[in-house]
Every structure is written in structure tokens, then in C-alpha cells.
Design a protein around this ligand. Structure first.
Ligand code: ZN
Length: 437
């Protein structure tokens, strides 16, 4: 699989989409949480596709103001009625159990169980996603319509889980480039059967890493597959020197649904990553919106905390919390679409191409326009419209005064970054431009 847009053997959108969606389908049933075997299984599936190093951090480890929690694992859970019929069965959906539920096995009247049952009355057929990471509790999540069918009386409730000292697990894929400066791609891997919020980011990040592996890269790339919040805090606490090498970064999440793109800028607001993503979105042909930084959302909160202030933004399609399917069983494999996943991957690839190629050049013939015709540069060299290519050459020559990067030129000219980068290459080959160090 090769996904760089400049390569001739590009897969079709349908092929890319099928690859991404099948991978999401494989990961979907796994009961993930911020620790435990669910995240290990998920990392193992990623590891079968890219080179991933897996780290285990012991429970109780102090990470800044936080502590790595106990490890949670679950084998089974159900509620049985008086006739022994399972009315709620964890085996049907990993969402049925509140994540981090402590073990329980008891016969209780419905009235005593009720405070532990979570539903969404506005969407009576959907199962909500609930967690209780930092407060010991137990709970079941179910469709409101199902709750209404439960008669009064005694029920057997069973959550066969364990909450014990263990580890927090995360995965890291490092791709060395010519520079030790790094591009950080981070996504959370801690949600159970939720497709857009979690699996879309994981699958696209895996495909991006797979496409970049073995390429001659300007930057080094570090992909993190981590539990949300506590994973990013743990990684930052244990990798302060590595974190300082981050030159550009992106959190990927909710990028598989049918909505347009949203990019939340880094705390800096004018970092090169902020401009590179805006340019890639402008060129991608889909609807998009740029959002200012805010200190809530995903792990950009940690990367952009003032002690780090890394240039890390967050790429999404529909924004978390704004679509009704968010954190419910309706965020399922039908909610994410192969074509949306594939086009999100193409945008990520375009961002990488911009970061890789965004350099400054110096016009070697700055006094009046050079005569392009005598160098055969007043004609098309590729599939693009001749007018656009010539405009790109003129813009690139004009602004290559040592002050402007190719991204500056793409922004100011309104022309696609790839067209500007192509012009710079052709002009360099003819000796009219020279790259600046
Ligand atoms: Zn979430």
C-alpha cells in the first residue's frame, strides 16, 4: 500500500476506503478502556500492519498531577431476570458495561439496580457509553426502550471484572527522517465499540504510518496510539525530551463520518501545522471550517498545556459532542463511511506533503521576469491546465525572494500547494530557482 499522492501507483479511493473500513470492523467489537487487554489487543492488530513498539507503565506511576490507575479487565457481564433469561448481555455489545465498573454479583430488586442503569430517553434505541475511571462504581448501559420492558422484581446482576495493579499500555511507531525534528500524530485508543470517536483516527493514522514507512522523509514521524487524557499525560511525563523535538503535530479523531472537516488550531494559532492543514483543506474540495484553540476536546489539551505549548492541532470531521450519535451505540460501523475515511487519509497525506516540501527558494534571475519560452517553461508539463502551471511558475519566481516559503506562495496565490511545489521543482531543474538551506 502506497498512499503518497505524488506516486503513480495510488490506490483508488474505493480501495483505500475498503482497507480502512475493514480494519475498523476488525477493531470494533473489542472492549477497550484506558488500560487492560482491550487496548493490548487493539495495539496488536495495529502492530500486524505497522512497526509498533508497545510500552507498559505500572499502575501507581506518578505522571505530573495524575497517577496511572489500576488496570481494568472484564470477562463477562449480564443482568438476568427471575426466569434466568439474560435481559442485558455484555457479549452483545461492549457498551453494555460502564467502563471501569468494579466487580459485582448479586440478586437485587429492580429499584436497587435502577441507579446503576444508564439510558438515553431522547434516543430510546441507542445504548450510551459511560465511564467511571476515577471513582469506583459499577453500571450497565442499555437502550431506554429495553429498560421500559423490565418488570419489577429481582434480577441477578453480574459484572465479572477486575480492577487491580497492572499497567497502562500504549503504542508508538517511530519513522526516522533526515531531521531529528519530529511530526507527532496522536490518536486515542481507549473507547470500546465506537467507530467515529476512536476507530476512525486509529485506522487513518495506521494507514498514514504504513504509507510513510521506508520513504525518504525530511522529518522524523512519531505516531502515538494511547488512552485518551491519561495516556497523553503519561507519555508527556515520561518523554519530555522527545516532546521538545515536536515541530508539528496533529491529533486525529472523528474523521470517518459524512460531515465536512473541522480543524482546531494549536494553542499558538499561527503554527506552520495550522497553516498547512488550512491549505490542505482548501485544496481538498470538501467543505471545512477552521476553529480556534480551546482547552477542552482531545489530547491537544495536554500537548498544548502551557508547560509544553506544542504546535499540535486537532483534525476532525464532525466535532465531538455536536452529533447525536456521539458516545452512543449509533456511532457504529454504518456511521463511518469508506469514502470519508479515504478522503481523510488523503487530507493527512496532503498535510504531510506540505510539511515535507515547505521550503524557501531564491530566484536566480530576479531582475525582471526570466524568459520562460526559451526554456520551454511557457508550456504545460503535466495534466494540469496550462494557465494554472504558468501562473504557479510566475508566482513562485516572484515570491522566491528568500522571505517566502512555498506555503506562503500557495496561500497568497490561491493556487494548490502541489501546483506550487511542482513549479518550484521545474524551475529548480532549469536553474531559475535555488533552494535555501
Ligand atoms: Zn470520546
Amino acid at each position: 500500500m502506497n498512499l503518497l499522492v505524488e506516486k503513480p501507483e495510488i490506490e483508488t479511493t474505493a480501495e483505500l476506503g475498503a482497507w480502512l473500513h475493514q480494519f475498523a470492523a476488525e477493531l470494533y467489537p473489542i472492549c477497550r478502556s484506558i488500560t487492560g487487554d482491550g487496548i493490548r489487543q487493539t495495539l496488536a492488530a495495529i502492530q500486524s500492519r505497522i512497526r509498533l513498539e508497545i510500552f507498559e507503565v505500572p499502575s501507581g506511576t506518578e505522571v505530573f498531577d495524575w497517577t496511572v490507575p489500576k488496570e481494568w479487565n472484564i470477562r463477562d457481564a449480564y443482568i438476568k431476570d427471575a426466569d434466568g433469561r439474560k435481559v442485558v448481555d455484555f457479549r452483545n455489545s461492549s457498551l453494555h458495561v460502564m467502563s471501569y465498573s468494579s466487580p459485582v454479583h448479586a440478586i437485587l430488586p429492580l429499584e436497587s439496580i435502577r441507579p446503576h442503569l444508564h439510558t438515553i430517553p431522547e434516543h430510546p434505541d441507542w445504548i450510551p457509553y459511560r465511564t467511571s475511571y476515577y471513582q469506583e462504581d459499577w453500571g450497565f448501559c442499555l437502550a431506554h426502550s429495553q429498560l421500559l420492558t423490565l418488570a419489577d422484581g429481582d434480577y441477578e446482576v453480574c459484572i465479572d471484572s477486575s480492577l487491580e495493579d497492572g499497567h497502562l499500555t500504549y503504542g508508538e511507531c517511530y519513522l526516522p527522517g533526515r531531521s531529528s525534528e519530529e511530526v507527532l500524530i496522536s490518536c486515542h485508543a481507549c473507547h470500546p465499540s465506537l467507530a467515529n470517536d476512536n476507530l476512525s483516527g486509529l485506522t487513518v493514522a495506521t494507514a498514514l504510518a504504513k504509507s510513510l514507512a521506508g520513504q525518504d522523509l525530511r522529518y522524523s514521524y512519531r505516531f502515538l496510539f494511547i488512552p485518551g487524557t491519561i495516556g497523553a499525560i503519561t507519555w508527556l511525563a515520561q518523554n519530555r525530551e522527545q516532546a521538545a523535538k515536536t515541530r508539528h503535530g496533529l491529533v486525529l479523531t472523528c474523521i470517518g463520518d459524512g460531515g465536512g472537516f473541522h480543524y482546531k488550531k494549536s494553542r499558538r494559532g499561527n503554527a506552520e501545522i495550522d497553516r498547512a492543514v488550512a491549505c490542505a483543506l482548501r485544496d481538498c474540495g470538501e467543505h471545512f471550517e477552521i476553529l480556534d484553540f480551546s482547552p477542552y476536546g482531545y489530547d491537544e489539551r495536554q500537548y498544548c498545556s502551557p508547560g509544553f505549548n506544542l504546535p499540535v492541532g486537532c483534525l476532525m470531521r464532525s466535532v465531538w459532542g455536536t452529533f447525536p450519535e456521539y458516545h452512543t451505540s449509533a456511532d457504529n460501523l454504518e456511521f463511518i463511511q469508506p469514502v470519508s475515511l479515504a478522503n481523510s487519509l488523503r487530507v493527512c497525506t496532503a498535510v504531510v506533503n506540505i510539511l515535507e516540501k515547505n521550503e524557501r527558494y531564491l530566484n536566480q534571475n530576479p531582475c525582471c521576469e526570466p524568459q520562460l519560452g526559451k526554456r520551454n517553461l511557457y508550456q504545460s508539463t503535466g495534466g494540469e491546465p496550462i494557465g494554472q502551471q504558468i501562473h504557479a511558475r510566475l508566482w513562485t519566481l516572484n515570491l522566491s525572494d528568500g522571505e517566502h516559503s512555498l506555503l506562503d506562495i500557495a496561500e497568497r496565490s490561491g493556487l494548490p500547494f502541489e501546483t506550487i511545489a511542482g513549479a518550484a521543482e521545474v524551475l529548480s531543474q532549469s536553474g531559475l530557482l535555488a533552494p535555501l538551506p
